[in-house]
Each structure stands twice: as C-alpha cells, then as structure tokens.
Ligand binder design. Structure first.
Ligand code: RUQ
Ligand code: CUA
Length: 653
C-alpha cells in the first residue's frame, strides 16, 4: 500500500510540474541580458555544433545547429519521407524491409555517434527503432541512412544503440521480455519462461552490420545501456526493471522491490566464450538492408544467430542492485563511475567500477540468479547523491568533474559533483525533462559548454497549435558555476535523446555531389545521347536525364493504360546543392528528389487515357518552371508507337 500512495503523490507532483505550478513563483524565463547574443548566429555564419535529435514517433533524425537551435535537415530513417522520396523510390524502399515485411515506420529514440578512443569522431551516427527492433547507420558525409539491421529475439529495442569506445560494437536490448524462441503460450506463464536478450552488433564495418552474439538473460525489462571506458572499457552496463517478472499492471507489480539491477557485461569474456564454442546457433529470421555501391538498397534475410547463456560462460554477467526501477545508466568520462537514474528512487546511486571488480574478486555475492551473481550493493556503491530532484532519469557529464541529471517529475536539471556527490546547482526546465544532452557528454571528452534539455511537455511555451504542440528543447549554458537558460526551440516528433559534435569535425567532409562517372545504377544514363524509352511487356523503362533546365526526353508517347512506367531520372549536374525533382500527375507514392550525379526511380501506373505533364519539383534555376514535359497515355492495345525525345521524337525499333 505504501508504494501505491507514494505513486499517487508523485503523480500529483508530475501534474503540478506539467502545468507549471511548481515553478510559477520562479518565473519561466531565463537567460539574463546577454542570453540573446549568446545564441545569435549572425546571417551567413555557422553554428558551433551539429546537434542530432531523435525524431521519436516520426522515425526520423533531425539535425539542428547549436546554439541557434535552427533546424538544418530531417534525415528519414525508419520512415517513408515524401519530401525526397526516401522509402518510396525504387532504390530505397528495400531499406524498410523486415522479417515482418515492409515496415515504413518506427519509434526512434537514441542517436549515438561513432567514436574513436572514446571520443565522437563524426563518421556515422546510429539510431534505434524501438517498435520493430532495428538499428540504423547514417553516413555523416551524405546525411543519409545507409544501413538498417533488424534484431532477432528482441521486442522493443529500447536500450540501443549504445556504442563501445572503438565503435566495434553497439548494443541492443529487449525492453519486453518474450518467449525465446517465440511460442504460442499463456501470458500468465511469463515468470521464468519469458526471456530478455542483450545483443552485441558489429558496427565498425559499413554495409556489414551483424549480430556478433546475443546473451540470454532473465525475463526482466531491459531499458538502457552505456559502454564502459578507460578502466571499464570492455564492459557494457544495462539497466533493468521489473525484476519482479510481472506481466500485468507493471506500474504496481514491477515496483515492489527496493532494487532492480544494472547488468554489467564483460564482452571480452563473451568473445572468449564464443571463440571457445560455448555459444549455440539459434534459428532466427531478421533482415539486413544496406545501400550497395550503386547506391541501391539490398535486403537479405538472415537465418541464424549466436546465443550465449551466462550459466555456460562464467564471469560474463554480474548484477549490480540498483534502486528503484532504474532507467538511464551513464558512465562518467573517467570510466570509474556508473550512474543510474532510478525513476522512483530518492537518491542517485553511483557505482564504482573499481569496487565492482573488487567485489567480483571477493565473491561478495548476495545470490546467484540464472547463473548471474548479484553483487552486494554496499560492496559496489561509490556514493549516493542526496536530494537529486524527483524522478531522476538521465545523466551526462561536462568533463570538469560535474554530472547533470534530469528530474522528470520535478522538471529540473540537477548539477552535482563526482566524488563528493554534492548537489551544487539546479535549474527548472519547462516541462518534464526526459533526456539531456551535452555535446560529447557521454564520451571520454565532453565539450562541456552547452546542455540541451529535451522536454516531454510543452504546454504554455509556444503559440498554441491545437491539441498537439511541438516538443521543446531548451539550451542551457553550463560554462560557468551556475547554469543559465538561454533558449527554447521546438523539435520534430518526440526527441528522446540527442547527440552533438563540434561543426568543424564533420563540415569539411561533406559530399557535395556524386561523381557521375561513378554512378553504377543499371538504369543510369550519363549523357543525353543515351536517353531512351524501352518497353518490356507491360513494363516501360524511361532512361531520363535532368540538367538545368530540361528533362530528356521531355515528350513520351506510346504509353498505355495498364503499363507500369519506371522513370529512371539521372541528375547530370556536377555541382553542389543542385538537386532536381521529378513528379508526375497521379503518382501514388511521392516525388523524386535526385541529388547531382545520382539516379532515382519513380514507379508510375497510369490509370487513364490522356496527356499528362511531369515537372521538376525543386526550384533549381531561373527557368525551373520551364523544366517540364508530357507523357501521352493511350488505351491498352493502342497502335500509337513508342516514341520519345526533345523536339522531334525518336521511335523505338
Ligand atoms: S528514453 S526519455 Cu528512450 Cu529516457 Cu526517452
Ligand atoms: Cu530542375 Cu527545377
């Protein structure tokens, strides 16, 4: 009963925080007089950081500049995106294939930059799909999703895609335990029969993401993860809740115990056990998709996966008792401290990696669960941060010895000192903050100048826009002793997590156009002389080029109702920032947006007789409006010959 009452009180506080009542007396502004100049990026100048925000239920990733908060780009990942044809055009739709078929949506939570020596290096950014378990790689020379791997034996890929300091592995955990392998069984038989899975994915070989091994663990809910670094490199830490193994009304039934666990996994030990033949191969079905050399998606279904059980591989997994339904787990820049965000805890527990190793050596075990030793809390804890705010969730670090934790219920960021565990500052945020982000703030070397609070509830912060408001990010200056709120800016979808990197690390690596002589698309044409239309039964292939300011061919005749027409449009431009678009009336997918030097294909099935225009959708030049053409569609079986061209039409043989 006690737990239940406590929860009601927390609920009431959450409501108060959400409506701003808690902080009404403190005002809702921020900054001070020079806040505007701190975030002002004069026209023509660049932002200092790229920030990558997850798009939550949009399935996308958005790119913002900091400190301005300006939206620079939306990168479609687990979604179809009509703005540029991603997931609609013939070259990219296989990126969204899964073992469940075509799945053009997901719930994207945690962007994670690749790292070298524990520091973000700007090669790639990864992001998870929560719902149909997937991880994606985005290439940061093109800002394009180039690879997606489905995760087998997983349900709710939340704790993902946290990466090792050398980018060798990223991890993926199952939030929901399920029967492994999947089976038709009563839900009431959850306890002991449903299992969790911790997946290690080889991440440092583009185009070859691969589940290196999975670790079968008890049927809890595995929530988040972070890799060790420095002395703790070689370990991965995962939070879990529901160690009660409840299968219904988790809000009550999974909050019974004082402590749940952080699972500490020695993945170097896992590599040994796999090499020793301790693992087994398990049947599975999961998709691996990537853009090949021709920049075309290839999708394959994989059929087996390597699974390790802790009871067969001693020293692989240890449980660290952690109060109370922990959510985030964050490792400080030195790699010594492992910080948990116990959603319902009254303190922030901080474990010591050194003490953990000692406890393992001393066998200071409370018990052993499914072959996994549970270390004594007192033996591993380094300290507890008192008075951390209500509902601590996530922590990041500034590299100067301070940690910053979000408090969801009391809507604040709490700054505290590593080692003394003393709270040194706190600042209200608006409202109900989930993640926070400091550029490099989960790495070995944070760029600790700004902090971005990613807030769940917006309420009165922006002009109202009906029932749904944009989510709100808040930029906070952390360069001094006191945190200062500088800026609010709206975000797309629900940004759970974000990461940021100094602009100079990636801006000079940007690809400005694709070299036309390297275009390996089988339907590419690299000169207008080669443009043509070919009929193959009911399929018609249009080999088309676009250059300022015309398409070739721009007139096509001899198409028939019931044909499937593929417009393969090659953009012949070899210059930066000159995409051409292509749209045709009645296209029931999207337009194409074709980058310079690239080929993209739109499928069109004309339904009626007539003469139909197509046009360029991207304002590419002064005569962009002239960039148009016609397709003549005749009845099925018509004797109108297949002809195409610009000016006089050429006829097919
Ligand atoms: S999770 S706050 Cu994926 Cu914390 Cu959103
Ligand atoms: Cu090409 Cu507008």
């Amino acid at each position: 009963m006690m737990g239940r009452n406590a929860k009601l009180t927390l609920g009431a506080l959450a409501l108060a925080a959400a409506t701003g009542a808690v902080f009404a007396c403190q005002g809702t502004g921020g900054g001070g007089s020079d806040a505007a100049s701190r975030v002002y990026v004069p026209p023509g100048e660049y932002d200092e950081f790229y920030a990558f925000m997850s798009g939550g239920f949009s399935g996308n990733l958005t790119v913002h500049g900091l400190p301005s908060g300006r939206l620079l780009k939306t990168v479609p990942v687990f979604s179809q995106f009509a703005e540029n044809g991603w997931g609609y055009n013939e070259e990219t739709k296989d990126m969204l294939m899964t073992s469940h078929g075509f799945v053009p949506w997901d719930d994207a939570h945690h962007p994670e930059l690749s790292m070298t020596d524990g520091v973000p290096d700007g090669r790639w950014i990864f992001i998870n799909g929560n719902n149909t378990p997937r991880v994606a790689r985005i290439d940061l020379t093109t800002f394009e999703t180039t690879e997606i791997l489905e995760i087998p034996n997983s349900a709710g890929n939340h704790g993902s895609p946290f990466i090792t300091p050398d980018s060798k592995y990223l991890v993926a955990t199952t939030r929901f335990s399920v029967p492994v392998p999947q089976a038709d069984m009563p839900i009431s038989e959850y306890r002991g029969n449903f299992k969790g899975m911790l997946s290690f994915i080889r991440a440092d070989r583009p185009g070859e993401m691969d589940v290196a091994f999975q670790i079968l663990v008890p049927g809890y809910d595995y929530d988040l993860a972070h890799a060790g670094k420095g002395p703790s490199d070689g370990w991965m830490f995962f939070t879990s809740y529901n160690s009660e193994e409840a299968h219904t009304l988790l809000e009550i039934n999974a909050s019974q115990k004082d402590k749940d666990f952080i699972a500490a996994v020695n993945f170097l030990r896992a590599e040994e056990c796999v090499a020793n033949g301790t693992a087994r191969q398990m049947d599975a079905r999961y998709a691996h998709n990537h853009l090949n050399e021709a920049h075309i998606a290839e999708s394959e279904i994989l059929e087996s996966v390597t699974v390790l059980e802790p009871s067969d591989c001693d020293g692989l997994v240890y449980f660290l008792p952690t109060p109370k339904s922990p959510h985030g787990v964050d490792v400080d820049p030195t790699g010594q401290y492992i910080v948990a965000g116990g959603k319902l805890a009254t303190v922030i527990p901080v474990h010591s990696f050194e003490r953990m190793q000692q406890a393992i050596e001393d066998e200071a075990f409370e018990e052993v669960v499914d072959g996994i030793p549970v270390l004594e809390y007192e033996a591993v804890i380094a300290g507890e941060v008192e008075n951390p705010g209500l509902g601590p969730l996530h922590t990041e670090f500034d590299g100067r010895g301070y940690a910053y934790t979000t408090a969801f219920i009391s809507s604040e960021i709490v700054k505290w000192e590593l080692g003394t565990w003393q709270v040194v500052d706190r600042i209200p945020v608006y409202y109900s903050v989930g993640h926070l982000m400091i550029p490099g703030g989960d790495s070995a070397e944070p760029w600790g100048k700004y902090l971005v609070a990613l807030n769940k509830i917006t309420k009165d912060r922006y002009l109202p826009t009906g029932p749904e408001l944009a989510h709100s990010a808040q930029l906070i200056d952390i360069s001094g002793d006191k945190m200062r709120l500088l800026l609010d800016f709206p975000t797309m979808g629900e940004p759970h997590y974000a990461q940021a990197i100094p602009a100079e690390i990636i801006m000079d690596r940007q690809l400005q156009f694709f070299a036309i002589e390297e275009n390996a698309n089988p339907y590419a044409v690299t000169s207008e002389a080669d443009t043509r239309v070919e009929r193959d039964g009911r399929n018609v292939h249009v080999y088309m080029t676009a250059i300022r300011t015309h398409f070739a061919p721009d007139n096509i005749e001899g198409i028939q109702v019931g044909d499937t027409v593929y417009f393969h449009v090659t953009n012949l431009e070899q210059d930066w920032d000159v995409p051409h678009g292509f749209a045709v009336i009645g296209a029931n997918n999207a337009e194409l947006l074709v980058m310079p030097g690239q080929t993209r294909t739109l499928k069109w099935v004309p339904q009626r007789v007539g003469v139909f225009p197509f046009y360029c959708t991207d304002f590419c030049s002064a005569l962009h409006q002239e960039m148009q053409g016609y397709v003549r569609v005749s009845p099925q079986g018509s004797d109108v010959p297949l002809r195409w061209g610009t000016g006089e039409l050429t006829q097919a043989d």
